[in-house]
Design a protein. Sequence first.
Length: 482
Amino acid sequence: MVSRVIPVDRFDLVIFGATGDLARRKILPGLFRRFVAGQMTPDSRIIGSARSPLGAEGWRSMIREAIHEFGPAESGDRIDAFLGCLDYVTVDATGDGGWADLKALLREGAVRAFYFSVAPSLFGPLAERLRQHGIAGADSRIVVEKPFGRDLESARALNRTLSEHFGEGQIYRIDHYLGKETVQNLMAVRFGNLLFEPLWNNHYIDHIQITVAETVGVGGRGEYYDKSGAMRDMVQNHLMQLLCLIAMEPPSRFEADAVRDEKLKVIRALRPVPAHHIVRGQYDASDSSPSYREEVGNPRSFTESFIALRVEIANWRWAGVPFYLRTGKKLRARHSEIAVVFKDLGHTIFEGDERRHRNILSIRLQPNEGIDLTVTIKEPGQGGMRLVDVPLDMTFAQALGKEAASVPDAYERLIMDVIRGNQTLFMRGDEVEAAWAWTDPLIAGWEARHDVPKLYDQGSSGPDDALMLLHREGRRWRDIRA
């Protein structure tokens, strides 16, 4: 199998917040990999912008170190050529300083894109000044990072602010989960194989589990996280997007608005979640690590570092099929998975076999990206018809070999899509607002009830109440494993 690298048009990409952690860890190392792969043309430009008076050479030196730390193991002699594409300008996001210098660096005839790797409070001032100084035109694109508000009201205000200066077709709301290779393969498996789509409904599927587990705590994000929690930080965006891709109807075409229209229908069909179908938790202290409350410096915090929900979709395809969502920090392993659990056969012809055998389609997002399908076969050897469940495994690193190693990571892929003008893997404004419209009542409910999150041990699967969420219905969570 030979991977095709299709170069994008030459571009000028301006990164606001160019000295920040995201730029150093993800954006610039990712662009370097696209440069080495030949997808980024040599005459493209990346212009860093921040308040710091680094200068071009100072920023290039910072990015050289970032590539050595976070980029490919063998960078070779391509770093110097890549750094030659970089420039830097000091800009005041809320004032007028530096904007004329930035405008002077941009060229006619190149795709213009502006990456807002800054706090959401700066989205509006940046958008306004890009227009005010004649830097952004009708073909320019802006990329905005989450959080897209903290509730419906703030999301609407943010969308209004951006729409005053840019059209919806120019706004790219980035969710890096949608850029993952396995997430896109989910759509290929569903809509590209006759085997699955006829079974993708309540006649054949018992339930679906979506798990995003982390081993790390809140770390240096404590102040932000304690105001957000797992619901706002993960469920409203990342898990919601995974749910939409699993549950949406086949779009008429694989195009941005066709896909996003179907995702929006899923969000609007979500039923309200009753209190007994929500479990919230906080990690407790361990012998070597502080508790959540100690880590965020708030001994009375009621913010959840873990959440599990039982969700239902009110439409014909999914009536009666529960979707179980869970995400948390300081859990047993770093593990993200979508598991589609099919129904029992209902009757077995094999005498003496009383075990429950189920086909399970597992989509692993991290680590070890891949897909496997659990099927029931005869256990090898003599002694009768003994049945055993085994996975048909397609781990990308094994199935595709070197090709898997060269697959772009999420940020690489999504930035290249911005340059192409392809919004398929980006969220639309009405999607974001619909997700908040569903999320806000859940948060308001537990705040009104003064619910206290359940404590759970670090290195566990979360609070015991989350296990009971499935156990009382005769189901069980899949193991969280590396």
